[in-house]
Design a protein around this ligand. Structure first.
Ligand SMILES: Cc1ncc(C[n+]2csc(CCOP(=O)(O)OP(=O)(O)O)c2C)c(N)n1
Length: 559
């Protein structure tokens, strides 16, 4: 017989867990007492939201499930944003929450919150374990559900008496959940049909999303693109799923995508969407999206098919498996690589008409320039995390991501405060890669307390604050669509970020003009502790192109 807390810890070890991110509470003391003697490393964050984001960063970097453990009531409610962030981007997490004893559930007991109820719509699945005999099976299932099919976060709520109660311990070898059978292999006949349609296409565009990265399908995408000679556009979540410097790469599509990728999608006769969900940031006005195209959609989640855009040829399956089959079929159908001279010259003309550009001046350091410099200096192994706002879109536009899992950003929920804790998590998963959080002054202040966590565990990472003293992206909306009536956007009482960093025991550095950048960034890369670099930028700098919300490609603003 073993105690619930022992069953929990032993099961986590069996699942190959290295790190647990969390923050304590008395209800979990049985667990800490077991962890005390275990090889698992518990990373204490300063806020539970950050624990969830750190576990998420670990998961995005490693491809394994991230684990987070927090106390009941306020500890549990603090992870809601982290959970929703992971859910929207299909990130595998196992979140363990403490709960009041089963006898007190529903009594408004001290630090009770119905976290299973609260998180029902933002988790892939959740459990409230009422009997210690169910614990081992529940943990096995949670990891299985989190990491298979379309991945996602799973929450396990554990009452105090379940953790202190005893049961016979047997960890199941296999999982059988009725009604849950993710379909990995795509339908062969359908794949053949798709290959046929591809061979007839004159103006194809491959449109990749985060699913390409989650399934590890990047090589297969490259093979397909080269075999059929098709340009590739990516969503924010797909960046890194295709080499950013490849001649077939069009860059990001959608609201802040490149002019030419949006035009290409608009004029395509065939869209091959892989692991993408036709998010509104990509499609804009649905009825005007890719009006002339046959739409192929390859996705593991049957629920995404025709959810937003009517799909002509769907295949449900794992992107890597389906593309592997598709590449075989395509090889049979297409003997000679198509030239597509007129299609590529059309794309080239759009590229020449409106290239991505910004003007450098003496007044301030341009954020786009900073991002190009970081890309140049950080090396191919660097991993970038971002927050949300203009800086995030400039990263997507100006950083050339060459490998999967090198951009960690909150795409679906758009969570400010994600970047620093995610950087902590991914640095633990990939200790040999430089990790750089590119953030805004607004976003940084949402979880800046986590500098203490990075200092405490000697986690060297670099935070680059593009400091425009404003909630830049919202100010941009007010500038473009509300006649410059700026309201609720200025950040007048920002701290001195350099002094703040130093007060935490991190290095604080400042870039005032372009020529400061090289030596300071080199110094930051060499530091063995967290570094914060504060860079003053112009609050009126804007992100272009921009397709206004609810607009179509015809409404695109290029400057
Ligand atoms: C938690 C959260 N609150 C509010 C928003 C709405 N929002 C989107 S972008 C933005 C401004 C971001 O400002 P900053 O981090 O300074 O970045 P910048 O746009 O200036 O680069 C805000 C407030 C959000 N995305 N997330």
């Amino acid at each position: 017989m073993k105690k619930g807390a022992e069953i929990l810890v032993e099961s986590l070890i069996k699942e190959g867990v290295e790190y647990i991110f969390g923050l304590p509470g008395a209800v979990l003391c049985d667990v800490y007492d077991v962890l005390y003697d275990s090889p698992l490393k518990f990373i204490i964050t300063r806020h539970e939201q950050a624990a969830a984001h750190a576990a998420d960063g670990y998961a995005r970097g490693s491809g394994k499930a991230g684990v987070c453990m927090v106390t009941s009531g306020p500890g549990a409610t603090n992870i809601v944003t982290g959970l929703a962030t992971a859910y929207m981007d299909s990130i595998p997490l196992v979140i363990i929450t403490g709960q009041v004893p089963t006898s007190m559930i529903g009594d408004d007991a001290f630090q009770e919150a119905d976290i299973a109820g609260i998180t029902r719509t933002i988790s892939k699945y959740n459990y409230l374990v009422k009997d210690v005999n169910d614990l081992a099976r529940t943990i096995k299932e949670a990891f299985y559900i989190a990491t298979t099919g379309r991945p996602g976060p799973v929450l396990i709520d554990l009452p105090k008496d379940v953790l202190s109660g005893k049961a016979k311990y047997e960890y199941p070898e296999e999982v059988h959940i009725r009604g849950y059978n993710p379909n990995v292999q795509g339908h062969l006949k359908q794949i053949e049909k798709i290959a046929e349609r591809i061979s007839e296409s004159e103006k194809p565009v491959i449109y990749i999303g985060g699913g390409v990265i989650l399934s590890g399908a990047d090589q297969e995408v490259e093979k397909l693109a080269e075999a059929i000679n098709a340009p590739v556009a990516s969503t924010l979540m797909g960046l890194g799923g295709f080499p950013g410097d490849h001649e077939l790469f069009l860059g990001m599509l959608g609201m802040h995508g490149t002019y030419w990728s949006n035009m290409a999608v608009n004029h395509a006769d065939l869209i091959i969407a892989v692991g993408a969900r036709f998010d509104d940031r990509v499609t804009g006005r649905i009825d005007k999206f890719a009006p002339n195209a046959t739409v192929i959609h390859i996705d593991i989640d049957p629920a995404t098919i025709s959810k937003n855009v009517q799909v002509d040829l769907p295949v449900v399956g794992d992107a890597k498996e389906v593309l592997r089959e598709l590449n075989v079929k395509v090889k049979e159908k297409i003997k000679k690589k198509p030239e597509r001279a007129s299609w590529f010259s059309e794309i080239k003309s759009w590229k020449e008409k409106h290239p991505l550009s910004y003007t450098r001046d003496k007044k301030s350091v341009k954020p786009q320039w900073v991002i190009e410099k970081i890309c140049e200096m950080a090396g191919e192994n660097a991993i970038i995390t971002t927050d949300v706002g203009q800086h995030q879109m400039w990263v997507a536009q100006y950083y050339k991501f060459k490998k999967p899992r090198t951009l960690l950003t909150s795409g679906g929920l758009g969570t400010m405060g994600y970047g620093l804790p995610a950087a902590i998590g991914v640095k633990l998963a990939k200790p040999d890669c430089p990790v750089i959080n590119i953030t805004g002054d607004g976003s940084f202040q949402m979880n800046m307390q986590e500098i203490a966590t990075a200092v405490a565990y000697k986690i060297p990472l670099i935070v680059v604050i593009l400091n425009n003293n404003t909630y830049g992206m919202v100010r941009q909306y007010q500038s473009l669509f509300y006649n410059k009536r700026y309201y609720a956007t200025d950040l007048d009482a920002n701290p001195d970020f350099v002094a703040l960093a130093q007060s935490f025991g991190a290095a604080g550095l400042r870039v005032e003009n372009e020529k400061d950048f090289d030596p300071i960034f080199k110094q930051a890369l060499a530091e063995k502790r967290p570094v914060i670099i504060d860079i003053k930028t112009d609050k009126d700098e804007k992100v272009f192109p921009m397709v206004p919300s609810g607009g179509s490609v015809k409404d695109i603003m290029v400057n």
